[in-house]
Ligand binder design. Structure first.
Ligand SMILES: NC(=O)c1ccc[n+]([C@@H]2O[C@H](COP(=O)([O-])OP(=O)(O)OC[C@H]3O[C@@H](n4cnc5c(N)ncnc54)[C@H](OP(=O)(O)O)[C@@H]3O)[C@@H](O)[C@H]2O)c1
Length: 307
C-alpha cells in the first residue's frame, strides 16, 4: 500500500501513532557535542561522522511502522545526528521523513540529502520539486544524482538551483564498483561538493581511486552500505568482538565496521541504513571516542579476511 503525505498524516493522526511516544509538538533536542565531526571541504561546515540512511523507511500507514521510525528519528536527533540520506526511489521515505520532521519540529537540526533519478531536464526539475514538497522545505542541503543517471544534464540544473539558493550542495552517488570509472570522470569534470559511494570492510574498492580522487578534488564523501546492506553482520554472527577493539573505543560489531569506514581520511560521514532506535543508539556510538589508526585498520581488515 502506498500512501501520499496527506493520507499518511491522516493515518498517523487517527491511530495516534505520531503522538504516542510522549513527545509534544515543538519539542527540541540538544545536540550531543561529543560526536566526532568532519568539515565539508567546500565550506568548512562541520558534520557528525555518523548519519542515517533511509532506504528502508517504508511506512504503509500502520501505527507500529510509523511509531518505530519516529522513535528512530527522535533518537538520532537526541544523540546529535544530523545527516539524513533519502531518495524519491525509496518509496515512502521522503514522505515519512517530511511528516516526522514537521511533527517533531526539528527541521533545522538536520542536514537533508536526497537524490534525482530522472533523465531529461524537465523530468529532473519535476522530480526535485516533488522532493522539496514531500520533505516540506524550500531548500535542501544536498541534492545528488542517483547512480549518476543523466548526470551531465542533471548537474547543469542542480548547479543552477544552487546559485538560486534552492540547494546548498551538489553531488553524485553510486553503490556499484562498475560505475567507479564514471564517478571519477564526473569528479574531474565538475566542482562537486559531495560524492556518495559504497565502502566497507566487505567492499573496500573505493579506497583504490575514488577516495583519493575525492581528497584531490576537495569533495566531501558520504559512505553508503557501510554494513554491505547488512550482510557483514552474518559474517560475525558467531564471532566474539576482539579485545583489541577496545583500543579504539569500540563495543559492538556495528561500531567496528563504522569506525573502520569513518577513520579513512577522505570520509566525511557514513550513512548506515537503520530503522530501529536500538540500531541508532549502537551506531551513534561509533561517532565517539578514538578511531582506529592505520595499523589498527590493517588489523581490522586481516580479521575480516580470516572469517
Ligand atoms: N546508489 C545510492 O545512492 C545508494 C545505494 C545504496 C544505499 N544508499 C544509501 O545508503 C544507506 C545505507 O545503505 P543500506 O541501508 O543499503 O545498507 P547498510 O547501511 O550497509 O545496512 C543496513 C542494514 O543494517 C542493519 N543495521 C543497522 N545498524 C545495525 C546495528 N547496529 N546492528 C545490526 N544491524 C544493523 C539495518 O537494520 P534496520 O533497518 O533493521 O535498523 C539494515 O538491515 C541507504 O539507506 C541509502 O540511504 C544509497
Amino acid at each position: 500500500m502506498k500512501l501520499n503525505r496527506r493520507e499518511l498524516i491522516a493515518a498517523s493522526a487517527s491511530t495516534g501513532a505520531l503522538m504516542g511516544l510522549g513527545l509534544g509538538l515543538g519539542t527540541t533536542f540538544a545536540a550531543n557535542n561529543n560526536l566526532i565531526t568532519r568539515a565539508v571541504p567546500a565550506s568548512g561546515e562541520n558534520l557528525p561522522v555518523i548519519g542515517i540512511g533511509t532506504n528502508r523507511w517504508v511506512a504503509g500507514g500502520t501505527a507500529e511502522e510509523t511509531a518505530g521510525l519516529r522513535n528512530a528519528l527522535r533518537t538520532f536527533n537526541e544523540l546529535g545526528g544530523r545527516v539524513i540520506d533519502t531518495a524519491p526511489a525509496y518509496r515512502t521515505s521522503e514522505t515519512v521523513l517530511g511528516i516526522l520532521i514537521e511533527e517533531l519540529d526539528i527541521r533545522d537540526a538536520f542536514f537533508l540529502a536526497t537524490k534525482v533519478d530522472r533523465a531529461g531536464t524537465e523530468e529532473g526539475i519535476a522530480r526535485m520539486e516533488d522532493s522539496l514538497t514531500k520533505l516540506g522545505t524550500d531548500q535542501l542541503d544536498l541534492m545528488q544524482v542517483h547512480n549518476m543517471r543523466d548526470a551531465d544534464n542533471q548537474l547543469e540544473t542542480m548547479f543552477d538551483w544552487k546559485d538560486k539558493g534552492l540547494l546548498r550542495y551538489v553531488g553524485i552517488t553510486t553503490s556499484r564498483v562498475d560505475q567507479f570509472a564514471e564517478m571519477e570522470r564526473l569528479m574531474n569534470a565538475f566542482p562537486l561538493d559531495f560524492i556518495q559511494v559504497n565502502y566497507s570492510l566487505g567492499e573496500p574498492q573505493a579506497a583504490e581511486r575514488i577516495l583519493p580522487t575525492a581528497i584531490d578534488r576537495k569533495a566531501a564523501v558520504l559512505v553508503n552500505r557501510p554494513f554491505g546492506r547488512g550482510r557483514l553482520f552474518k559474517k560475525v554472527a558467531d564471532v566474539s568482538l576482539p579485545a583489541w577493539a577496545a583500543g579504539f573505543d569500540c563495543s559492538s560489531w556495528a561500531q567496528y565496521m563504522l569506525k573502520y569506514v569513518v577513520a579513512h581520511p577522505a570520509v566525511t560521514c557514513a550513512i548506515p541504513g537503520m530503522t530501529k532506535a536500538k540500531h541508532v543508539e549502537d551506531n551513534m556510538g561509533a561517532g565517539k571516542g578514538r578511531l582506529p589508526d592505520s595499523a589498527q585498520r590493517k588489523q581490522q581488515e586481516e580479521l575480516f579476511a580470516s572469517l
